[in-house]
Ligand binder design. Structure first.
Ligand SMILES: [Zn+2]
Length: 368
């Protein structure tokens, strides 16, 4: 696989301003991929849900490939100049260069090359356009409603410089809504302050989490963030309504249900508080002994000429949708950095190297 070809494709992909609200740009980017692969007559299924198009290519007609590669074409919002790619010194810069258009470009070319070499492996390539906004209309929809399945998922969308992520934290986003009784601010004893009630509940919930900074450099433990709070309308009124938005992250053996249960237990001490779940995802934990992982590691270490580092991911990844179905997941990245920042970059040769690892991994798995 040639770095030059990946770089040229990547540059075209960066130019599409594929942020979540620009539905036309999302469609145009997927149209462009279809056009790029027009001479590759493999199974192609295009979807669109809530203005978020996705496309899945398969070397064999199936919805149950053995291995599924997943990448996304959407990006977080950026200034106009970040959508002008720059390619120099073997590095491409621009919004999405690493996250995740570089890996997407590599997968598109990998698909083409495998087809042209006559390799009809039982594998599929899924490209979505809503990863940065929670994947509800992309990976989650395709797995739950369109019934895509696989035995192993490879997601080149995390980690650092070929490190392999087999574990990522679970996530629970929720809103706690408190009700109180509104009275004049000069007579607070007659009312019930909804903001204060939620503050007390929040403090009680926080007791179950380590106090940060906790001193553990890995921070491989549950965390809580109070990301948003609203309530009240006037300094001289006791507020009767308030909300807090919590971002909870957790590690095994915690699950979404266990976390919800813990919060509900704390809520029992307060009247007039309700919980609304915004989104959730289970912990990803793929064993190193998994046979796909062992094959991947062997091939990657041979090609890189060094040991692979296994790292953990604090943020949620698309891996959670596979973990929920007990499908093992491997997440990795080429050499690059600055995802979501103005300095985003990717090393083009390292994309080609990742492509070589994927190619050899597939050969190892399917041709032994
Ligand atoms: Zn910590």
């Amino acid at each position: 696989m040639e770095g030059k070809e990946i770089g040229e494709l990547l540059i075209k992909l960066i130019e599409f301003k594929t942020t979540s609200l620009r539905i036309e740009e999302l469609r145009k980017a997927v149209d462009f991929v279809e056009e790029y692969l027009r001479d590759i007559p493999v199974q192609k299924i295009r979807y669109e849900r809530n203005g978020k198009p996705s496309i899945v290519y398969s070397l064999q007609p199936t919805r149950k490939p053995k291995i599924l590669f997943v990448a996304h074409l959407d990006v977080v919002d950026a200034d106009p100049e970040d959508f002008v790619p720059k390619w120099s010194g073997g590095v491409v810069r621009g919004r999405g260069a690493l996250d995740d258009k570089g890996p997407a470009a590599l997968l598109i070319i990998l698909l083409k090359e495998l087809y042209l070499k006559g390799k009809n492996y039982p594998i599929s390539f899924m490209l979505t356009t809503d990863e940065e906004v929670g994947s509800k209309d992309g990976v989650e929809y395709l797995l739950s409603e369109e019934k895509w399945e696989c035995e192993f998922a490879v997601i080149p969308d995390g980690g650092k410089n070929f490190s392999v992520i087999l574990e990522s934290k679970g996530v629970l986003h929720l809103i706690l809504k408190g009700e109180g009784k509104s009275v004049h601010g000069s007579r607070p004893w007659e009312g019930e302050n909804a903001i204060e009630k939620l503050m007390r509940l929040y403090q009680l919930i926080k007791e179950d989490f380590p106090v940060e900074p906790c001193g553990d450099p890995d921070h491989w433990h549950n965390t809580i963030n109070l990301g948003r709070i609203s309530g009240g309308d006037s300094v001289n009124r006791v507020p009767d309504k308030a909300e807090i938005h919590l971002d909870l992250r957790f590690v095994s053996p915690w699950t979404v249900d266990r976390m919800k249960h813990m919060i509900r237990k704390k809520m029992e001490k307060f009247e007039g508080v309700e919980m609304e779940i915004v989104s959730s995802g289970e912990v990803v934990s793929t064993p190193k002994e998994n046979s796909f992982v062992r094959n991947y590691r062997k091939v990657a270490e041979r090609i890189l000429g060094r040991e692979i580092e296994f790292s953990k991911e604090h943020g949620a990844t698309d891996g959670r949708f596979f973990a929920e179905r007990e499908i093992p997941v491997l997440i990795t990245y080429p050499r690059g950095g600055g995802a979501h920042s103005r300095e985003e970059w990717v090393d083009v040769d390292s994309l080609a190297k990742l492509g070589k690892i994927f190619t050899n991994f597939l050969q190892e798995v399917f041709e032994g």
